[in-house]
Design a protein. Structure first.
Length: 286
């Protein structure tokens, strides 16, 4: 069961990471072209993007409602997402102009993704930070599309990068400091955004932060204004509602009595002296 869930989570996080990179890139690289061909339009659904969106929806719900309970697989797939995207972009630069550029880039995507995924899963502190930071990065996208673009109206990508760095480090740091409560919140948010994206793919008109410049207009005095589509606010409201529901379910049901801790810590982070813990008493998975 855990292996199957890990595969579902892997596709979900990689799909979301690919879309995230597409949002902050200029659309000219081969990576962008592959992304655009995969997620171009809900009106032209083929089996591949439709499958990814379906898995993103299903696995997103799993993460939102049971992400902390399945924290080990979540650690792996978050690390895979980070490593795979970095591997692709690095290889794309190294092998630029070569006939085998795309093949080499996708090999790097898989290899570095597996390496980083395994690394963060075995280095507890690193894994905790990556999961928290991943939620922080997604929060940066949501905030930038909603209000963050006002920081630099002439260049919303700059404000996006500022939010990514600040929120990624902040939420990652909080996850390392507080662990359990922050990780429950982070997985609930991460899963909610992924699930709503899956819904949005099939429903259509799911806005992307990459479209901010298309929604922008410039007045005669040089000031910028943005006209965000109503669809964005509907999807954002759905994400917030699912996020709140996911937190409630995790805190009251699926994560109740579950306490993950650093297996390298001698006391396991919890002195588990009771063989059969009562309801509400944490169980330490080490």
């Amino acid at each position: 069961m855990t292996s199957m869930l890990r595969q579902l989570l892997l596709v979900c996080v990689v799909a979301h990471a690919v879309v995230a990179v597409d949002k902050i890139s200029n659309g000219n690289s081969t990576f962008d072209q592959n992304v655009n061909s995969l997620f171009s339009s809900a009106s032209k659904i083929t089996w591949a993007p439709g499958l990814v969106a379906t898995v993103s929806l299903v696995a997103g719900l799993v993460i939102a409602f049971a992400g902390y309970k399945l924290f080990r697989p979540v650690m792996f797939v978050c690390g895979f997402a980070v490593g795979s995207v970095l591997g692709y972009l690095i290889a794309e630069k190294i092998f630029s102009g070569q006939s085998y550029q795309v093949t080499a880039s996708w090999i790097a995507f898989i290899v570095l993704g597996l390496f980083v995924g395994a690394f963060v899963m075995n280095i507890w502190v690193c894994g905790v930070f990556v999961v928290g930071a991943a939620a922080g990065v997604l929060l940066a996208f949501e905030l930038n599309t909603s209000v963050g673009y006002k920081i630099y109206p002439s260049n919303p990508t700059t404000s996006l990068w500022i939010l990514i760095i600040v929120l990624g480090l902040l939420v990652g740091g909080l996850a390392m400091w507080l662990e359990r409560p922050v990780l429950i919140v982070a997985t609930s948010f991460f899963g909610a955004v992924a699930a709503v994206w899956g819904i949005g793919y099939f429903a259509g008109k799911y806005p992307s932060s990459a479209e901010l410049e298309a929604w922008r207009s410039q007045a005669a005095d040089g000031t910028y204004s943005y006209d965000l589509p109503n669809a964005w606010w509907y999807y954002l409201a759905a994400s917030v509602a699912l996020f709140a529901l996911g937190m409630f379910v995790q805190f009251s049901k699926t994560a109740l009595g579950v306490l993950h801790s650093n297996p390298r810590r001698k006391d396991g982070g919890y002195n588990a002296t009771t063989s059969a813990p009562r309801r509400g008493q944490p169980i330490s998975h080490v």
